[in-house]
Design a protein around this ligand. Structure first.
Ligand SMILES: Nc1ncnc2c1ncn2[C@@H]1O[C@H](COP(=O)(O)OP(=O)(O)OP(=O)(O)O)[C@@H](O)[C@H]1O
Ligand SMILES: [Mg+2]
Length: 175
């Protein structure tokens, strides 16, 4: 059985992430869609909330399993017996970062390869940070996320009250 992991912070998931999870699941026997438990950036949704969004999105993706992990991504990949780490590529900016990460990961775990899937053009601009900024400014996010994410995002932003600008800006500055 060929297993791959699809790691990220997914704070929260958006349609670009779901598209990559769906396409990657067609390439492997099992895809483990995994959220970093504590990303090195300010997050809006805790681990369980992020996982719940991913579980809902994975309902109609039979080969996708959702979980969180702690520590080095390659070590997690090795633990679960994965042969590949799946990443989504947007514009050229992603390439440089992913290339560097892939080389470091390869050095740490030579038996595991990074597989990058190009995003669909309709999602080329989309990131969780941008999504949060648009939501914060009361923009229309209905094309970017499933309805269950959109409604929770609105509630969370309303809960942030006065601090909300700082919180969301922090997220986008830290990439
Ligand atoms: N629009 C998109 N299309 C395809 N892949 C994407 C898209 N957005 C993110 N990804 C990929 O999903 C994985 C997880 O990324 P991550 O959790 O950082 O999401 P993000 O949208 O980039 O959020 P943030 O703005 O917080 O960095 C990465 O491989 C990333 O390149
Ligand atoms: Mg990112």
């Amino acid at each position: 059985m060929t297993i791959a992991i699809y790691p990220g912070s997914f704070d929260p998931i958006h349609n670009g992430h779901i598209e990559i999870a769906r396409r990657a699941s067609l390439l492997f026997d099992k895809l483990i869609w995994a959220a970093y438990d504590r990303p090195l950036k300010s997050i809006l949704f805790n681990e369980e909330e992020r996982l719940e969004f991913m579980r809902q999105a994975a309902r109609d993706l039979p080969k996708v399993e959702v979980c969180s992990y702690h520590g080095l991504t390659v070590l997690f990949a090795r633990q679960v017996g994965a042969k590949a780490i799946v990443r989504g590529l947007r514009a050229t900016h992603d390439f440089e970062i992913e290339y560097q990460m892939a080389l470091i990961n390869k050095q740490q775990a030579p038996e595991i390869d990074t597989v990058c899937l190009m995003t669909g053009t309709q999602y080329a601009f989309l990131s969780s940070s941008i999504l949060k900024e648009v939501a914060l400014a009361n923009g229309d996010i209905s094309e970017m996320v499933p309805p269950y994410v959109a409604s929770k995002l609105k509630v969370r932003i309303a809960q942030l009250g006065e601090d909300r600008g700082d919180k969301v800006k922090l997220v986008s500055l830290q990439e």
